[in-house]
Design a protein around this ligand. Structure first.
Ligand code: SF4
Length: 256
């Protein structure tokens, strides 16, 4: 069944042609690096610590998982110095992540670590929304949707308020509420930053407002993306070619 995820929506907003290359033609240029391996390992540690009886200590678990992720990368391109520092950073973060949840929420109950969403979208019978929520917990009768984000020193105020970043949680909340028929008023959304290079406050949780206006805006954007994708029109957004780290397809055979 055709579907759209938050990352596909983000790709489409960046450049509809980029979305076509990555999500329709399935062309893969970027295959992961030290940073993505670090993020995957740490996500997996947090999930295991919340759901399984783990015999290893938090940092042993991280070392095991990070090693596994690093093995999947192409060795000739690895930055060994960076990886050594990441082992130390990851060990520290894996010890602090769950205690930071307790400090922020007090007593809580884990509802789901990694909640899969594969939900129908209103007005688009032939399309589903696909997503994975990192963590859902409950305090009293209130639900909290949490997304772990690994980063270097943290996020500034501008990034914390960036609507495209926030839409991830907004969409997850909307479809989570639809899936379980939960009143959105009882569901809150939070990012949990796992900061690699920060000296203090290395795990930072903060709430993102997710009222009806924001939800409507996020859904509108997603509807627009689906309609355009279905129409087969994939415009090039040349403003994105060299923005940020630059597009991986810039001046390649895929987009010259
Ligand atoms: S190089 Fe530019 S136009 Fe081509 S896919 Fe990337 S962002 Fe879009």
């Amino acid at each position: 069944m055709p579907h759209i995820s938050y990352s596909e929506l983000k790709n489409w907003c960046q450049c509809p042609f980029y979305h076509k290359l990555v999500n329709i033609d399935k062309i893969k240029v970027f295959e992961g690096n030290e940073y993505t391996a670090f993020g995957t390992a740490l996500h997996s540690v947090c999930e295991d610590l919340l759901t399984e009886e783990v015999e290893l200590s938090e940092n042993e678990l991280f070392v095991q998982k990070f090693r596994e992720e690093i093995k999947k990368l192409k060795t000739e391109e690895l930055d060994k110095k960076l990886i050594i520092s990441m082992f130390q950073q990851g060990e520290k973060l894996s010890e602090k992540a769950i205690p930071a949840l307790e400090e922020y929420f007090g007593e809580y109950e884990v509802v789901r670590a990694e909640e899969k969403l594969y939900e129908p979208i209103d007005d688009f019978e032939d399309y589903l929304f696909k997503g994975y929520i990192d963590l859902v917990i409950k305090t009293g009768d209130q639900y909290h949707i949490i997304d772990w984000k690994t980063c270097s020193w943290g996020w500034d105020a501008r990034k914390k308020a960036d609507k495209m970043i926030v839409y991830q949680l907004i969409l997850y909340k909307h479809f989570f509420c639809e899936k379980y028929n939960i009143d959105p008023k009882n569901v809150h959304t939070h990012f949990a930053l796992l900061k690699r290079t920060s000296k203090k406050n290395i795990v930072e949780l903060f709430e993102v407002t997710s009222g009806s206006k924001r939800t409507d805006n996020a859904l509108e954007l997603m509807y627009k993306a689906i309609k355009t994708i279905k129409s087969g029109v994939h415009m090039k957004n040349k403003l994105s070619c060299t923005a940020g780290y630059g597009c991986e397809f810039y001046k390649t055979k895929h987009c010259n």
